[in-house]
Design a protein around this ligand. Structure first.
Ligand code: ZN
Length: 695
């Protein structure tokens, strides 16, 4: 545990490697582009909105809304540190900070800037991640990029209240823009936001009876409900609750789908009748991965209006069904891009990863269920970084737990095209290119939440909902409180918090104890507390004084989990480990400032593992090192596992995809080897679900 000094030294070396932040990095390819810090860069000329520096509390639910277990803090309350800060800088110096310079769909001719270009979801998608990235990093150049879209949207509202490009009147892209506007207001308090949203919602309430939600908007209504309730909590205008009920009434009934879940098999294009034309039908939309990822929050978000416990807990039912029929060892459900069954050679779309994370962040806040935090960490630490190159200049549309080749192949996707698992600018389709940006920033903004039902509640306190290095500054019952979290989690098991209220203050702190964390310990100023219960929040209530310390140690013993065909995956803490197949990267084509890549295997991959499932720790050797540049890269993997393995001759690949993992246990006559496993995300070609070798 090194805290500040560790961060500043890695940050320094990181800057040194890039030749100062913003100067064209040479990371995996030659790129020439303007520096965002360069005053001649056009975006640097745009004045950015003021930053809100004073600590703020969360805005809680206003009656008659049901109170939530926890509340997300305003954007900017939580700042990344350590490896997480570096990860956000990688995003900012990669495609995340430069997409508008190289991809016309969010470039100067975007319809969301008044141009004649792309005028649907891509501008709002980009903004939905760019805004939190810019404000978490306090990066003026990124803020200026976002400000252009915000200003155009706020300054070009139609007289009737409509927002956005006049070339379409689809509700769906506006749902995304509303998510961006709420974050922007939380960060800046720009006085234009609330009147624009209010006028838009009044307009929509009048329009919906004759122009109801359709297709994407109908299946994603709960994402708009979040913004409607956000405004209600700030204005108290009763019509917003009428709008909330109308959205629910017109929206797809996700809870009914999961009360009697019928989509238990791999979905095919024949089944959903895609080739019939005429746009996506209900069956296709109901089995669409991204829609299901977004829908995980539908019940909890609606429960704020209904007050019903069965709505509040509905996310658990959905996740259990998705896991049972489509679950994968990286924490995702398969969706390439429709639900695709349990085979770990199936893929998951990147949009689904980030939307599922966003759903979990809100479902966790509303319900207070610790298991949702476990799932959130699984996605954030495995599936999210796994879909990107180390420099975040290229991403995949579909990632696979057993991914032995990234090349132009049609197999095994349910409905996607041959580019789906390439690393590139917009493999298969550009939705993920625009939408991936929200993943890391919103995760950062959700690490701490506020407890307490109503304003200035005696139960106001801080909740560590997920773990990563960060600091939070907020107000608790009128007193400013700062907490610094120092950790190399998820790679190492110790987490230290230093609590600093402006003056001594009694309040509860709650710490999520993951379900896997049997044997965890909590010390407060060196004194041990009773052993915390896995799968719950450990609560510590006392009068906190500046410099108080909480030290949590999670046991990081390797565990075995069971998957398709009785295969095994090795987990440790929230990480799942993979065999990193040798990678041969071949550039397919240059794409502006980035490129599309194929990756071919240069080593065998068809290993079965020889581990004792009853005592996995005895057959797996763990080596921990410090975190260097790039926590999720193979060259600096901070944890490596070694394990005995034998090749399995009958396990082959066809058309770039590994055959289904052979049913375990298996026997092999091949020589026993010792192989090294690294975190899933570090292995861009990988085996994650292994056959178990009998002898
Ligand atoms: Zn996508």
């Amino acid at each position: 545990m090194h805290g500040l000094s560790q961060f500043s030294s890695t940050r320094r070396s990181f800057l040194g490697r890039l030749g100062a932040y913003g100067i064209a990095p040479f990371l995996g390819g030659s790129r020439i582009f303007a520096s965002p810090a360069d005053p001649s860069h056009p975006s640097a000329q745009v004045p950015s909105a003021p930053r809100r520096d004073a600590p703020r509390s969360a805005v809680k639910n206003r009656a008659p809304l049901a109170s939530s277990a926890f509340y997300l803090l305003p954007l900017g309350s939580i700042r990344p540190r350590g490896w997480l800060a570096e990860q956000l800088h990688v995003q900012a110096t990669g495609l995340g900070g430069h997409l508008d310079e190289t991809w016309a769909d969010v470039g100067p001719n975007s319809g969301w800037l008044g141009g004649s270009g792309e005028s649907w979801e891509r501008g709002p998608y980009f903004l939905d991640g760019l805004i939190p990235l810019a404000y978490l990093l306090d990066d003026d150049a990124l803020k200026a990029k976002a400000q252009k879209f915000i200003d155009w949207t706020l300054d070009h509202q139609a007289a009737n209240g409509m927002i956005g490009p006049s070339s379409n009147n689809d509700w769906w892209p506006r749902i995304v823009m509303l998510k961006a506007l709420t974050q922007y207001h939380d960060a800046t308090a720009d006085a234009r936001v609330i009147p624009v949203m209010d006028k838009y919602f009044r307009y929509q309430l009048g329009e919906l009876p004759t122009r109801p939600l359709r297709d994407w908007g109908r299946f994603r209504w709960q994402d708009e409900l979040l913004s409607v309730l956000w405004l209600y909590n700030r204005t108290g205008s009763a019509y917003l609750l009428d709008l909330a009920r109308l959205l629910k009434m017109q929206g797809y009934d996700w809870q009914a789908q999961y009360a009697d879940f019928k989509y238990t098999q791999r979905i095919t294009s024949e089944y959903i009748k895609l080739e019939g034309g005429g746009g996506l039908k209900d069956l296709a939309l109901a089995t669409h991965g991204v829609n299901n990822g977004q829908a995980v929050k539908a019940g909890p978000v609606w429960s704020m209006v209904s007050g019903l416990p069965q709505d509040r807990s509905a996310a658990l039912t959905m996740i259990a069904e998705l896991n049972k029929y489509h679950g994968l060892p990286n924490g995702m459900f398969s969706c390439d891009e429709h639900l695709a069954g349990l085979d770990p050679s199936q893929g998951s779309e990147l949009c689904t990863v980030v939307e599922y994370m966003f759903s979990l962040e809100h479902a966790l806040a509303i319900s207070g269920d610790a298991s949702l935090g476990d799932r959130l960490e699984q996605l954030a630490f495995n599936a999210l970084p796994g879909a990107f190159t180390d420099d975040m200049w290229a991403h995949q549309y579909n990632q696979e737990p057993n991914q032995v080749e990234c090349s132009l192949h049609r197999k095994p996707w349910t409905t996607d095209g041959p580019e789906s698992n390439l690393y590139g600018l917009e493999p298969n389709f550009g939705c993920c290119t625009a939408n991936f940006h929200q993943g890391w920033p919103k995760f950062t903004a959700s690490l701490f939440m506020l407890s307490g039902a109503r304003e200035n509640d005696a139960q106001d306190g801080l909740v560590a909902a997920a773990y990563a290095p960060c600091e939070v500054t907020t107000m608790i019952r009128g007193t400013a409180v700062r907490v610094v979290e120092e950790t190399n989690y998820p790679f190492h098991g110790s987490v230290r918090f230093i609590v600093s209220p402006a003056s001594p203050l009694s309040f509860p702190m709650q710490f999520r104890v993951p379900a896997w964390a049997a044997g965890a310990s909590i010390l407060v100023n060196g004194e041990a507390l009773p052993a915390p219960q896995p799968g719950s929040f450990a609560r510590v209530e006392r009068t906190w004084r500046a410099g108080d310390r909480i030290e949590i140690t999670f046991s990081m013993s390797p565990r075995i989990s069971r998957w398709f065909n009785n295969s095994i995956a090795i987990e440790r803490g929230p990480l799942v480990f993979s065999y990193g197949v040798g990678e041969n990267w071949v550039k397919l084509r240059t794409r502006g400032m980035t490129a599309d890549w194929q990756v071919f295997p240069s080593t065998p991959w068809n290993y079965s593992l020889k581990v004792d499932p009853k005592a996995p720790a005895q057959s797996i050797v763990v080596t921990e090192t410090g975190i260097g540049d790039g926590a999720f890269t193979s060259r600096h993997a901070p944890v490596r596992l070694t394990v005995k393995a034998r090749q399995l001759d009958q396990w082959r690949a066809e058309d770039g995809a590994a055959d289904p993992v052979p049913p375990s246990p298996v026997t092999s006559e091949e020589a026993e080897e010792t192989i090294t496993l690294i975190p899933y995300a570090a292995a861009k070609l990988r085996i994650t679900a292994f056959p178990q070798c009998k002898s």
